[in-house]
Design a protein around this ligand. Structure first.
Ligand code: SF4
Length: 175
């Protein structure tokens, strides 16, 4: 089973969300949050596509298949740009872009950094990959694979973030 940047992101949000997504249960089409995010992505930086490249990368690490699609990569400056609709800077966002940097390193592309862009906050956050991050990613890849392949769906987390999750109806309404 391939680990993607979405898996890394969801792992840091909710293990149940990761499991549902990985087991083919998709609710994004019902989510206004996801739709708003796509619109924001398309409209915030209309000129962005002209200057940056979309790249898909993959690697095999310790027997695990990894992949990622970076929407905006500035190959000249070696900067990944990732736009987030959120009005809050989240760990999950940082790990998603750290994962991209790590994937690039696994493909012998080094010296890359990332900028998280939050149009709603009018704010950006620069992200680099440190040795402790590489170690952490190395540790969680097998954990993510185990979680995804588990026969048991993890429990609901009953968190305030659930209200904005595309699986909210599935977790709390359809019982
Ligand atoms: S609604 Fe909450 S418990 Fe359910 S998948 Fe989303 S974050 Fe996890």
């Amino acid at each position: 089973m391939i680990t993607t940047a979405t898996c890394i992101n969801y792992y840091h949000i909710c293990h149940r969300k990761l499991w549902l997504f990985s087991n083919g249960i998709r609710m994004e089409h019902t989510s206004d949050t996801v739709y708003d995010g796509k619109l924001l992505h398309d409209r915030s930086y209309p000129q962005r596509a002209e200057k940056h490249t979309e790249i898909e990368i993959s690697a095999i690490f310790n027997g695990f298949e990894l992949s990622g699609k970076i929407d905006f990569y500035d190959a000249k400056e070696k900067v990944i740009h990732e736009i987030k609709r959120s009005d809050k800077i989240e760990d999950a966002h940082e790990w998603q872009v750290k994962y991209y940097i790590w994937l690039l390193e696994l493909n012998d592309i080094t010296g890359v950094r990332a900028t998280l862009e939050y149009p709603k906050l009018r704010s950006t956050l620069d992200v680099i990959l440190e040795n402790k991050d590489r170690k952490y990613l190395t540790d969680i890849i097998p954990k993510i694979a185990l979680l995804k392949e588990s026969e048991e769906c993890p429990l609901k987390i009953n968190s305030k973030i659930c209200k904005n999750c595309s699986y909210y109806d599935l977790c709390y309404v359809v019982e």
